[in-house]
Design a binder for this molecule. Structure first.
Ligand code: F6P
Length: 589
């Protein structure tokens, strides 16, 4: 028997086994939003009703007038005082406009707002996603085998590990070549089709962990409904050696479903036989029914559960492409990193707790100092998709204007998150960060030990230059350059204002030991829990996303109006109508 047939047979056997495993672990039935408003626990106090909030409001004037040069000169230990270190991550927040009173008041705010109680409820599997009546238990995705985390009285950890084991068997089969394409060839390209949480995490992790990936299997990510994305990502691929992972929690997302249909047509155009779909398509979803309707055998489906939010799912089966890329062992290391941070968040006192500090300084900057955006600036090329990932995590979670009980928020919520890796950003938008009219709090992020220590003392050590730049940026933002210093350099008087740096611009520096799957897991979980703490204090539901619905509904209505043979009476506003007419005219319709 040829090797390919043999291994296909084995994999089929594996799949039969894994289907049994899947059906033995029923996903919890999706719950609907409750008919009447759920009760918000009494300990979920609105922030502006706390004493700490009033104290912070009183301290804000002092914060806005704070001079970081003086603060550092007065307190030689400031850099160490306003820093927390755990799990190989050193967070220095001393270059923010905070003093001891502010930090104490922020910690008191977290306490009065019941953050610890809220976290306890989350880890206990309570339905803290109140508008959708769902538990929020992404922490169970990285719980160790044998541990217990319950949703509705059922321990979900065995289900998580059953899926992880199936993923590992599948990833190993693809990596070893045991899983073959329809014509018996080895898979050399894995294309994840997904969007939002079913794309951003996997892409970010693939890029971040590229050094840990095999180079004989390329991973690509198709997300955009723009056909150019599919076209570009597949133009040099061969259907015979390409595996599509269709990733969608709901399996109804128009972008993903359209791309998946196109991928199927692309595959069958060469392979001709519909039976090829079973060898070239697997699905990751919570929705077995839709997966089957699409034509993917549910034996080739990797499930997860409605208690995993899309933007919190990269460590679930949504990470299948990551696992294929780095291998099951490294994927488990990634999970261990998440778990390290979960434990730290759950057990470390707030005073020494990384997510608390990152979150609280963010609230201070957002609410009390009035800064609208945060730039996340990794000085690490491998993390070049990290800010894009954080945009969804942060803004889809906390970009809300009503509280859990539907009352309007009387405070600011999520800032705009943006950023690019350093040093590239320095040559693009840092001008604005240093001298623009609106200060931008920055999270600088770097690893002390490079994965590749490129360069020599003679040619220049890349990593030392990189890190020197990072440290310099924080210094320049905090301390600026006074007019007197500019003048002292002999600058003509008319040029002095142009060359002055105001300083007192806040930044955090996250210096980590070394990038690894485990460290990446820690960092992602750090930001997940930061978002949790902020959402908890802002009293919003960080786990729904109603704000994405309206546009989706309107688009569905407009699609036939664009493609129909005859222009329909659309009845939109005059602007939308004119745009549709112009589009049709330019498309010759
Ligand atoms: O439209 C927003 C959203 O629902 C995100 O929350 C989610 O990550 C993304 O779409 C993709 O959803 P799905 O995984 O169900 O395709």
């Amino acid at each position: 028997m040829p090797a390919a047939t043999l291994s296909r047979k084995n994999t089929r056997k594996n799949n039969r086994k894994s289907t049994r495993a899947k059906t033995a672990t029923p996903a919890r039935a999706a719950k609907a939003s409750p008919a009447s408003a759920p009760t918000v626990p009494a300990w979920h106090v609105a922030p502006d009703k706390t004493r700490a909030w009033k104290r912070l409001a009183a301290l804000a004037k002092r914060g806005r007038a704070m001079d970081l040069r003086q603060a550092f000169a007065k307190d030689r230990s400031r850099g160490a005082r306003f820093a927390v270190e755990a799990l190989g991550i050193h967070l220095d927040y001393s270059k923010n406009l905070v003093d001891g009173d502010v930090v104490d008041a922020l910690l008191a705010l977290a306490k009065e707002c019941g953050v610890a109680k809220h976290a306890k409820a989350m880890f206990a599997g309570e339905a803290i996603n109140l508008t959708e009546n769902r538990a929020v238990l992404h922490a169970a995705l990285r719980a160790p085998k044998g541990s217990v985390m319950k949703v509705d009285g059922e321990n979900v950890v065995p289900h998580v590990h059953a899926v992880l084991d199936r993923m590992a068997a599948f990833a190993d089969a693809v990596r070893s070549g045991a899983w073959r394409g329809h014509t018996g060839k080895k898979i050399t390209a894995v294309v994840n089709i997904g969007i939002g949480g079913s794309d951003l995490g996997p892409v970010m992790a693939y890029e971040a962990l590229k050094d840990f990936t095999r180079r004989d299997i390329a991973c690509r990510y198709v997300s955009n409904i723009d056909g150019e994305d599919f076209y570009e990502k597949t133009r040099d691929l061969d259907p015979e050696t390409t595996l599509f992972v269709v990733s969608s929690k709901t399996f109804t997302t128009i972008e993903t479903m359209t791309n998946a249909q196109t991928a199927r047509a692309w595959t069958l155009a060469k392979l001709k036989n519909p039976a090829a779909v079973a060898r070239h398509f697997v699905a990751v979803s919570t929705n077995a029914e839709e997966v089957a309707k699409f034509g993917i055998d549910t034996a080739n489906m990797f499930g997860f559960w409605d208690w995993v939010g899309g933007r919190y799912s990269m460590d679930s089966a949504i990470g299948l492409s990551t696992m294929i890329a780095v291998g099951p062992a490294a994927f488990h290391e990634l999970l261990a990193g998440f778990r390290d941070m979960d434990e730290h968040f759950r057990t470390a006192p707030a005073k020494k707790n990384l997510p608390y500090h990152l979150a609280l300084v963010g609230i201070w900057n957002r609410e009390f100092l009035g800064f609208d955006t945060v730039a996340v600036l990794p000085y690490c090329q491998y993390l070049h998709r990290f800010s894009a990932y954080l945009q969804q995590l942060d803004m889809e979670s906390n970009g809300k204007r009503v509280q859990l009980d539907g009352a309007a928020c009387r405070w600011q919520t999520a800032p705009v998150i943006w950023g690019e890796p350093g040093t590239n950003g320095q040559h693009a938008f840092y001008q604005m960060i240093h001298q623009g009219s609106s200060p931008v709090p920055c999270d600088f992020l770097a690893f002390a030990k490079p994965l590749h220590d490129v360069g020599t003392p003679a040619t220049g050590m890349h990593h030392d230059i990189l890190l020197a730049n990072l440290f310099a940026q924080g210094e320049a933002l905090a301390f600026g350059k006074t007019p007197a210093e500019v003048r002292a350099e002999g600058t003509p008087e008319w040029l002095v204002p142009h060359r002055t740096f105001p300083g007192n611009r806040p930044s955090n520096t996250l210096l980590c030991e070394k990038l690894s799957p485990r460290m990446l897991g820690r960092l992602i979980a750090l930001y997940e829990h930061k978002v949790f703490v902020q959402g908890s204090i802002w009293r919003v539901n960080s786990f729904d996303q109603w704000g994405v619905e309206l546009g989706k509904v309107l688009a569905k209505r407009i699609i036939p109006e664009l493609s129909g043979a005859k222009a329909a009476k659309t009845g939109h506003d005059s602007s939308t109508d004119a745009l549709i007419a112009r589009y049709r005219a330019w498309r010759g319709r």
